[in-house]
Design a protein around this ligand. Structure first.
Ligand code: XIL
Length: 381
């Protein structure tokens, strides 16, 4: 059953009147509630993270010039993860639409929020984001259909057999992809299914079905919207390494089974002190592309520990530029999404203590050196 009427309107009203999310019940450590406490008002959104991020302000102001327009000249999509609640901040909304050509809902389409109760879907927040994107000629990247995180407890409590799991995955995927048919260009069908140390990640999905949940989810998504491009998305798979090797083998196996897999998403949540080798990133993109897959950078941010110095911000700028260069120069890769508009709306400080300053704009929406470096890469080539 899909219902987005009364409960949604009520949620919408309470959302803005109280500053707290109401509809989805938070049952996962990746908590929407935590976020809202941290940045539910425009003031706190602007202040959060702004003290360390102001370190670069001695430099001249860097103008915002519209990344999306510059990127379009190279047929590159430059996207951003957007939080529905932050769109009520006019400056934030204005930057989203003028700088970026693709929108990824940061949380709103995750199982916890979109399917909080068995048989009941909460599509309102996703719908609002899609509408915003459409009214600003932005594409939408759907994120994400099957993920072990931000999964409501009722799923593991009620599903104990492979049959029941595959039935539920089919229902979940068909309902959501069907609802957004024609409106969502790309879906992160499955997220983070590769284990960090060995093999596949040990999740409810994998324990009950092996890799069958993947073929089921991709087939259901393809059936619900034959035009949507379907991705496997993961982190620490940007360069060639044991984890990306496992992802590569999985892709080959799925393709050999005729599963409608169209691309891989390389998240690219990077640590400035532990950057991957760019030549390895390039080779990695090339080998996935050689399988006939598209390769998108889906969640780029480059965090740093402690207060950002001008020198650290310069090194960060170089890293952003280097990745843009690799994407522009590599066949099969034409999409970069940053995981947040500005350092005041970044998941980094909340999830990785003492880290921050990971995005292109600081906590006061001022462009950083990283922004200027990306503009530089997208100009004068
Ligand atoms: C993060 C969001 O940014 C946070 O707001 C939320 O609390 C937790 O999830 N990999 C992913 C994203 O695929 O969905 C995650 O997003 C970051 C890591």
């Amino acid at each position: 059953m899909v219902h987005a009427s009364f409960t949604s309107m009520l949620a919408f009203f309470l959302f803005f009147s109280s500053g707290c999310a109401t509809a989805p019940k938070v049952e996962d450590p990746y908590s929407f509630g935590v976020e809202l406490m941290a940045d539910s008002s425009p003031e706190s959104a602007q202040n959060e993270g702004s003290s360390p991020a102001t370190a670069h302000t001695a430099a001249q102001e860097i103008p915002l010039v519209g990344l999306r327009g510059l990127a379009a000249a190279y047929h590159l999509d430059f996207g951003v993860a957007v939080a529905f609640k932050a769109l009520s901040i006019s400056k934030y909304a204005q930057i989203v639409s003028s700088e970026f050509s693709t929108l990824t809902p940061e949380n709103e389409m995750k199982w916890q929020y979109i399917h909080p109760v068995a048989g009941s879907y909460e599509l309102f927040f996703g719908d609002q984001l899609v509408q915003f994107a459409q009214s600003h000629q932005m594409k939408v990247r759907g994120h994400t259909l099957v993920w072990h995180n931000q999964l409501p407890r009722w799923v593991s409590e009620s599903v104990t057999t492979e049959d029941a799991l595959l039935k539920l995955v089919t229902e979940h995927v068909s309902t959501i992809v069907g609802h957004y048919r024609g409106k969502i260009a790309k879906w992160d069908v499955a997220n983070e299914v590769i284990d960090d140390a060995q093999g596949m990640r040990d999740t409810l999905f994998y324990r009950l079905s092996g890799t069958e949940f993947l073929s089921t989810a991709f087939r259901a998504a393809h059936e619900a919207d034959a035009d949507a491009l379907l991705y496997l998305n993961d982190y620490s798979v940007e360069a060639i390494n044991p984890k990306s090797n496992r992802l590569y083998e999985l892709c080959k196996a799925l393709l050999a089974q005729g599963v409608p897999l169209h691309g891989v998403g390389l998240q690219a949540h990077w640590d400035l002190d532990d950057l991957p080798s760019m030549s390895s990133v390039r080779k990695n993109i090339e080998r996935f592309a050689a399988l006939g897959l598209k390769v998108d950078i889906t969640e780029l941010d480059i965090r740093m520990k402690g207060a950002p110095t001008p020198e650290r911000l310069r090194v960060q700028a170089e890293a952003y530029a280097a990745l843009v260069r690799v994407v522009l120069d590599t066949e099969g890769s034409d999409s970069i999404t940053v995981w947040g508009v500005d350092d005041g709306h970044s998941w980094v400080p909340q999830w990785m203590s003492s880290y921050g300053s990971a995005l292109l704009l600081d906590g006061k929406y001022r462009a950083k050196q990283a922004y200027a470096a990306v503009v530089g890469e997208l100009s004068n080539r």
